[in-house]
Design a protein around this ligand. Structure first.
Ligand SMILES: [Cu+2]
Length: 139
């Protein structure tokens, strides 16, 4: 009777041991199979005739690019914050990027690549007063 108990114990021990082994093996496999493939994305922000960036706020991954595309009217994309000055709203550039004037038929888009994380506010120099403001969050 004692021998049967000992054998049963060994069988149970081996079963637990092998399950643990399989568990570890599964975790390793799923870990390597779900590794995201590297590859940057270019996100589009439209600059409309209604003095809007669409979408006005966007969350992207580090290394991604944003391409601002002119839809209607002339616009500029400059990085920086917007303050309420004595003469109304005005942009304070931080110097990260400035597209200069985007005009139909001459220069219709501007692309910037975000290599560091953080929140990056921007505005259209000509249309700050109309509330043409946007923000990129890089994770
Ligand atoms: Cu504008």
């Amino acid at each position: 009777m004692k021998k049967v108990v000992i054998i049963l114990n060994i069988v149970v021990f081996l079963m637990i041991f092998s399950f643990c082994g399989y568990g570890i093996a599964d975790q390793t496999n799923s870990g390597s199979s779900t590794t995201p493939s590297p590859g940057a994305t270019t996100h589009i922000v439209e600059m409309t005739g209604n003095y809007e960036f669409v979408p006005s706020s966007l969350t992207i991954k580090q290394g991604d690019s944003v391409k601002w595309v002119l839809i209607e009217k002339d616009h500029e994309v400059a990085s920086g914050t917007v303050i309420e000055g004595p003469d109304g709203r005005e942009g304070v550039p931080d110097g990260l990027w400035n597209s200069d004037t985007l005009t139909r038929g001459r220069k219709e888009s501007f692309t910037y690549t975000f290599n560091s994380t953080g929140t990056f506010p921007y505005y259209c120099e000509s249309h700050v007063d109309q509330g043409m403001i946007g923000s990129i969050t890089v994770e």
